[in-house]
Ligand binder design. Structure first.
Ligand code: DX5
Ligand code: ZN
Length: 214
């Protein structure tokens, strides 16, 4: 089954509870955390995760675009994250493995993320430790960018690794997902679709979520 994880980066932050209720037919709530260092933007952090936790029963899918996430993963779990993903580019292999262990130690799902320029093979040292792998289909930092179709060979390659070595692992894509690009991503093996602007700009949000799910 295809899962939809709307990104609240495109929500109205002055009406966050309302905008989270509006995506109640989705599967996850995607929360983009940016530190102004790993990516050239600053978004939201721990207090916001804590505040939105009681507003929804959906799992919080927290995408950490922060440098050396090992410093913060346990606190995001305590704040209410159900899934925590960390970038392979953000620290050493050793620390990334340790951070995945810390997330699992809190009883939460853990995964790694790869930026567009990072090759598929970069996920291999972490594959057995991952509940989810996230492939960026835009440069992280901003919503509303165009889908990079040239990431599809990477999605397909990682789908191959997952099927061979850790079939329970989910494969998520993030950036520029709309009704057309969703199909392309799914054809190439993705099963979790993050969508920010295409969900929040839709006149009929539940309709758009159903359309993306296909
Ligand atoms: C980008 C974020 C995305 C972003 C996607 O750094 O990781 O989750 O919100 O937005 P859209 O769907 O508008 O490309
Ligand atoms: Zn994201």
């Amino acid at each position: 089954m295809i899962k939809i994880s709307p990104s609240i980066l495109s929500a109205d932050f002055a009406n966050l509870e309302r905008d989270i209720q509006r995506i109640s037919t989705a599967d996850y709530v995607h929360v983009d955390v940016m530190d102004g260092l790993f990516v050239p933007n600053i978004s939201i952090g721990l207090p916001v995760v804590e505040s939105i936790r009681p507003t929804t029963s959906l799992p919080l899918d927290v995408h950490l675009m922060i440098d050396r996430p090992i410093r913060y993963v346990e606190r995001f779990c305590d704040a209410g994250a159900d899934i925590v993903t960390i970038h392979v580019e953000a620290d050493t292999e050793e620390n990334t493995l340790k951070a995945l262990g810390l997330i699992h130690g809190k009883g939460k799902k853990a995964g790694v993320v790869v930026k567009p320029k990072t090759p598929a093979e970069a996920v291999l040292p972490f594959l057995k430790q991952c509940d989810i792998i996230l492939v960026m289909t835009v440069e992280p930092g901003f919503g509303g960018q165009s889908f990079m179709a040239d990431m599809m060979p990477k999605v397909k390659a990682i789908r191959g690794y997952i099927d061979a070595e850790n079939p329970a692992c989910e494969l998520e894509v993030d950036g520029g997902i709309g009704p057309e690009t969703a199909k392309v991503a799914v054809e190439n093996g993705a099963n979790v679709l993050v969508a920010g602007s295409s969900v929040y700009k839709a006149a009929d949000i539940p309709g758009r979520i159903a359309q993306l799910r296909g």
